[in-house]
Design a protein around this ligand. Structure first.
Ligand SMILES: [Zn+2]
Length: 251
């Protein structure tokens, strides 16, 4: 029934911890605005990893397919970024045995998410408890959209925001229909929809490349949720726009 899995990135519980995690990892995460109209706040910074480093990616042991599907999806980004990935499959109890962050990105599975998922944005993964996964994926590994979900969630794990929220995204949303649909399809409140679906003002917490409706970080948009004739199918692959964006972030 729930054929639309709208991803909602996990937000950090502690904005100050998020700020320090980002700045310690990569000082230029600090807002590089030249004093725009918005007053700069601690929440306004990018969350990118340091170029050239190896990200340790822990994948909780789930079944015989789980480790491979995560590796394959995540690796789709690799040709375009100056980062390396080291994947480690781990038993959940081994994570509890340590009080350190054993992995920069920690991927767990939740069957109820089916072919959906959610992730922290970039360096936010290094905040909170090291015992908490930074990404949770569903377990419908046979779904034709599963690889897309892994690619999309790893986009967030690399610090990418949702493309449909680009300030120049001119999606003619029918707002009331969208609120109603999102509540039924994905249990998103009106506040969730404002925060995760509709365009956001230009801020210093993302890197702007031209709006790209074909981005793998763009939601599918149903025609019935727009005014007039506008829709966007799910983008299953990394787009040319995604490649320019991620190359600029990880030179
Ligand atoms: Zn998402």
């Amino acid at each position: 029934m729930n054929q639309y899995n709208y991803c909602k990135p996990l937000t950090p519980a502690d904005p100050l911890a998020s700020y320090y995690a980002a700045i310690n990892e990569r000082p230029d995460n600090k807002a590089n605005s030249s004093g725009g109209r918005n007053k700069r706040s601690v929440g306004e910074h990018t969350k990118y990893w340091r170029p050239g480093r190896t990200l340790k990616i822990l994948v909780y042991r789930y079944n015989e397919q789980s480790f491979e599907v995560v590796k394959n999806g995540a690796n789709k980004w690799l040709p375009y970024i100056n980062l390396n990935f080291e994947f480690i499959e781990i038993d959940e109890e081994d994570i509890y045995d340590s009080d350190d962050f054993l992995g920069d990105i920690r991927v767990n599975f939740q069957p109820l998410l089916k072919n959906g998922g959610s992730s922290q944005l970039g360096t936010d993964a290094m905040t909170g408890s090291p015992h908490t996964p930074s990404m949770v994926l569903g377990t419908d590994f046979a779904s034709p959209n599963y690889e897309y979900v892994v690619i999309h969630e790893f986009g967030h794990a690399l610090g990418l925001n949702h493309e449909h929220q680009h300030p120049e995204a001119a999606i003619p949303w029918d707002r009331e229909k969208t609120y109603a649909h999102m509540e039924i399809a994905s249990n998103l409140s009106r506040a969730d929809v404002d925060a995760n679906v509709f365009p956001l003002e230009r801020t210093t917490n993302r890197t702007y490349t031209p709006y790209d409706r074909h981005s793998v970080m763009h939601y599918q948009v149903l025609n019935e949720l727009t005014v007039g004739d506008w829709h966007q199918p799910k983008n299953l692959h990394i787009s040319e726009g995604d490649i320019s964006a991620i190359r600029a972030i990880y030179p």
